[in-house]
Write a protein of this length. Structure first.
Ligand SMILES: [Mg+2]
Length: 284
């Protein structure tokens, strides 16, 4: 059994356009019962919002196929401090995830200041958050992406808002989203896969590929997003495979290339069984 952690922006779609072949790849995974999760460092949307967006683009996805950095952050905080409190700079996806994990959203004396992306924050909120951090609230970021692609260009991401609070407070934020092992490990466990069985597909070296490399997952970089082949030379780490887009990928081919032993087993008698038979026949 193998499965995939799949980034969305730059892999499945770009802005409001679906990347050709993405629908076919996902449909094939579902038809073959291959486990997968869409992984996003965008904390604005809920699981249902993301699934709806994918369906409208013609991608065969349900809520259970979506794992956001807001979910990872809320689950992590619930483990660290059950039934805690948070002051939130962020939107619906983050608020819902925190509520679902037993967190109360407060305007005073929070355990954590939690920052996600959003278009609705203002300077008063940043000012309030700064005072809370200086009074001892812990600063948590859903992710540190500096900017987010939108259909009409880039806008400042969660990392930019966090940087303002870090500079003002002198406190470093703790980030849960990709490339943090917290989010990637949680996603792997959600699919009940082992490290060796997990394959990451992404378009960003600093998040998708770095996260996968750190955890020992197989990594596939697609060039349909923010990274070009020339960029690769700048990095100390490299993906296991580079393809132009997800359209080039086929699950069966990948398994045959990377895990040849397992294909043999599926073809009938596996290696261990054959070896056992030889041992038995040698004994008799
Ligand atoms: Mg991406």
């Amino acid at each position: 059994m193998h499965g995939y952690l799949i980034d969305m922006d730059g892999v499945i779609y770009r802005g409001i356009d679906v990347i050709p072949g993405a629908d076919r790849f996902i449909h094939a995974l579902r038809a073959a019962d291959v486990p997968f999760l869409f992984l996003t460092n965008n904390s604005q949307r809920t699981r249902l919002d993301v699934a709806t967006k994918l369906q409208r683009l013609g991608i065969d996805a349900e809520e259970r196929h979506v794992f956001t950095c807001a979910m990872a952050t809320a689950r992590f905080l619930a483990q660290q401090k059950p039934n805690g409190t948070a002051y939130v700079i962020g939107e619906g996806g983050l608020l819902t995830a925190l509520h679902n994990n037993g967190y109360a959203i407060v305007d005073k004396d929070p355990d954590y200041v939690v920052v996600g992306e959003g278009r609705t924050f203002n300077f008063e909120m940043v000012e309030a958050a700064l005072r809370m951090i200086l009074a001892g609230a812990k600063l948590v970021a859903t992710n540190l992406d500096a900017n987010c692609p939108t259909h009409n260009g880039m806008r400042p991401g969660c990392g930019s808002i966090v940087a303002m609070l870090e500079t003002a407070s002198g406190v470093k934020a703790f980030s849960v989203g990709k490339p943090s092992p917290i989010m990637l490990r949680a996603a792997r466990k959600e699919l009940a896969l082992t490290t060796d069985q997990t394959i990451v597909i992404g378009d960003t070296m600093e998040t998708d590929i770095l996260g996968g490399v750190q955890l020992g997952f197989k990594t596939i970089l697609v060039l349909s997003g923010g990274t070009s082949r020339e960029d690769l030379a700048r990095y100390t780490y490299r993906p296991d495979m580079v393809v132009e887009s997800i359209a080039e990928l086929e699950h069966g081919n990948l398994v045959r290339e990377w895990f040849p032993g397992e294909v043999r087993e599926r073809g009938g008698m596996g290696f261990d069984a054959r070896r056992e038979e030889m041992l038995v026949s040698a004994r008799t």
